[in-house]
Write a protein that binds this ligand. Structure first.
Ligand SMILES: [Zn+2]
Length: 311
């Protein structure tokens, strides 16, 4: 018996040494390194070799220069993508006394999934283009589509290999209040190029591409309200959004758990002097509605590590 145990111990040790040797020789892994301000993250990265990673929540380590590495071929995304890739079920969320009281507010919008083409969104980066840590707290950025819901979805589902054409929001809200999920929340939607968020800590923006100005996209959750028909133009105002849109917006934003101080508009963060959306937006009404909904973490913008070595 003792001999058998000894043999087993030697065998186990041998296997452990074999595994260690194999892993340390693996060029796909970068030595783990703790990231200050991101205690749950460590600087480890893996190559995307498996198509299951295409829609994974993994962060990207840092942007790579286009000259040294082209964007990898995007694997086809299997459809349909389940709703819980965009919003987790509330049973995973801590329900305090306050939230259960507020849950009495019965409003349930219709939710749909219309995944954007993968060329129109990317991974959130752990570092900016220059290797500086990109650990901003998330913000919510509000927009309006200007075009119809269908034309907006069609635009986002069209492949755009050219960087200049890539565009997306995470979510849009139609005039009847339907919520349409386009980009998973832990991924980077391309909603506000050339943008800066001004907060208590100063000016926040991340440069992820040396050819474009810094933007808030790396830490934003972009939500767009579908514009009413009389607003499909460049006028400064239109007739505004429906009550259902405001209610769905409040319902949705509450699920990001975002503090009011980090909810903003495209107009406020834009630095191109070309964006004034969402026009005719009643911010007071929205915030009053928002106060009725329990804040949860059903929608998380936090990408996961190990990060992938791409983008
Ligand atoms: Zn916008």
């Amino acid at each position: 018996m003792k001999k058998a145990l000894k043999v087993l111990a030697i065998l186990t040790l041998g296997i452990a040494v074999l595994i260690l040797t194999t892993t340390s020789g693996d060029a796909q892994l970068i030595e783990g390194q703790r990231i200050p301000g991101f205690p749950h993250l460590s600087l480890q990265a893996q190559e995307v070799t498996d198509s299951s990673l295409t829609l994974s929540s993994a962060c990207a380590l840092k942007p790579v220069s286009k000259a040294s590495k082209s964007r990898p071929v995007v694997a086809a995304v299997q459809t349909p993508v389940p709703l819980n890739r965009f919003r987790q079920e509330p049973n995973l969320v801590d329900q305090s006394k306050e939230t259960s009281a507020k849950s009495a507010l019965a409003y349930t919008p219709i939710e749909e999934v219309a995944l954007a083409h993968p060329t129109n969104f990317g991974r959130r980066f752990v570092q900016d283009f220059y290797g500086k840590l990109a650990n901003n707290e998330a913000i919510v950025v509000l927009h309006e589509t200007v075009g119809s819901a269908q034309s907006t979805i069609d635009l986002f589902q069209t492949p755009h290999p050219n960087d200049n054409d890539q565009v997306s929001y995470h979510t849009l809200i139609t005039t009847d209040g339907t919520i349409v999920y386009l980009v998973p929340p832990d991924r980077r939607a391309f909603g506000a190029g050339n943008s800066i968020f001004v907060s208590d800590t100063g000016q926040e923006a991340i440069q992820t591409n040396p050819d474009f100005p810094p933007s808030v996209n790396n830490f934003s959750y972009h939500i767009s309200l579908v514009t009413p028909p009389d607003g499909r133009n460049d006028a400064t105002r239109h007739s505004g959004y429906t009550r259902a849109q405001y209610q769905s917006l409040a319902w949705l934003v509450a699920k990001t758990g975002m503090p009011e101080s980090r909810i903003t508009t495209h107009r406020a963060v834009d630095r191109s002097r070309q964006r004034i959306d969402p026009r005719s937006f009643d911010g007071e009404y929205f915030l009053r509605l928002l106060s009725f909904y329990p804040k949860t973490q059903e929608i998380s913008t936090q990408c996961s590590t190990p990060a992938v070595l791409e983008e």
